[in-house]
Design a protein around this ligand. Structure first.
Ligand SMILES: CC(C)(COP(=O)(O)OP(=O)(O)OC[C@H]1O[C@@H](n2cnc3c(N)ncnc32)[C@H](O)[C@@H]1OP(=O)(O)O)[C@@H](O)C(=O)NCCC(=O)NCCS
Length: 169
């Protein structure tokens, strides 16, 4: 399977159960009904990766408005995962590229996240140009190890030249 056969789509009432199943299969933390209902509202952004109409990967983000010390909004990755048989095919990278594009078009300056100490995803995020910011001890209440790293990626605004290139395609 090539990643070109994977299409990205939006979260809806009809496919939200597929996201719940995906997350419960992949992630160590379980998320309640309120978490999923929030994803369908403004202030959150989810992108699903479909292969033959089945959700095989997803990223869910919270949109953080400008706050003290930061004049622009940021995206906070709450969950990201790809089903094991579909890993190393570029699907995770495609989801991050979508976030980059989303941030550029909305003039967001940063994508950030927390990742459990010891997770293989740390090196993976570094490969996607995220940097480790700090170690936070006792961040998780229900999983061990409880410590995490905060990681982030600065989004460079699209230049006029890049915009022209995109629109002329
Ligand atoms: C982390 C995760 C989302 C990556 O998704 P994926 O679709 O397998 O990743 P991709 O195929 O897009 O990987 C892109 C690149 O990273 C590389 N890569 C894959 N896994 C890697 C790892 N553990 N460490 C470093 N690089 C890795 C790939 O070889 C590929 O390299 P290339 O661009 O040079 O070809 C997936 O492994 C996963 O769901 N893990 C479990 C859940 C999790 O840890 N989520 C993140 C914490 S919330």
């Amino acid at each position: 399977m090539a990643v070109k056969n994977v299409e990205l789509g939006d979260l809806t009432n009809k496919n939200i159960n597929q996201l719940k199943l995906l997350n419960s299969t992949i992630l160590p933390i379980s998320y309640d009904e309120k978490f999923y209902l929030n994803l369908l509202t403004n202030g959150f952004m989810t992108k699903l990766a479909f292969f033959n109409d089945v959700v095989v990967g997803a990223v869910s983000c919270r949109i953080d408005p400008p706050s003290d010390g930061c004049e622009t909004s940021s995206l906070y990755i709450m969950t990201l995962g790809v089903l094991a048989p579909y890993r190393n095919l570029g699907i995770g990278k495609k989801l991050i590229e979508h976030l980059d594009t989303y941030c550029k078009s909305n003039k967001f300056s940063k994508i950030f996240l927390h990742v459990q100490v010891g997770s293989e995803a740390i090196e993976w995020y570094k490969k996607q140009n995220f940097q480790t910011e700090s170690l936070i001890t006792n961040y998780y209440r229900h999983i061990e190890p409880a410590d995490c790293y905060s990681m982030s990626k600065t989004i460079t605004p699209t230049t006029t030249t890049e915009t022209n290139t995109t629109t002329s395609k």
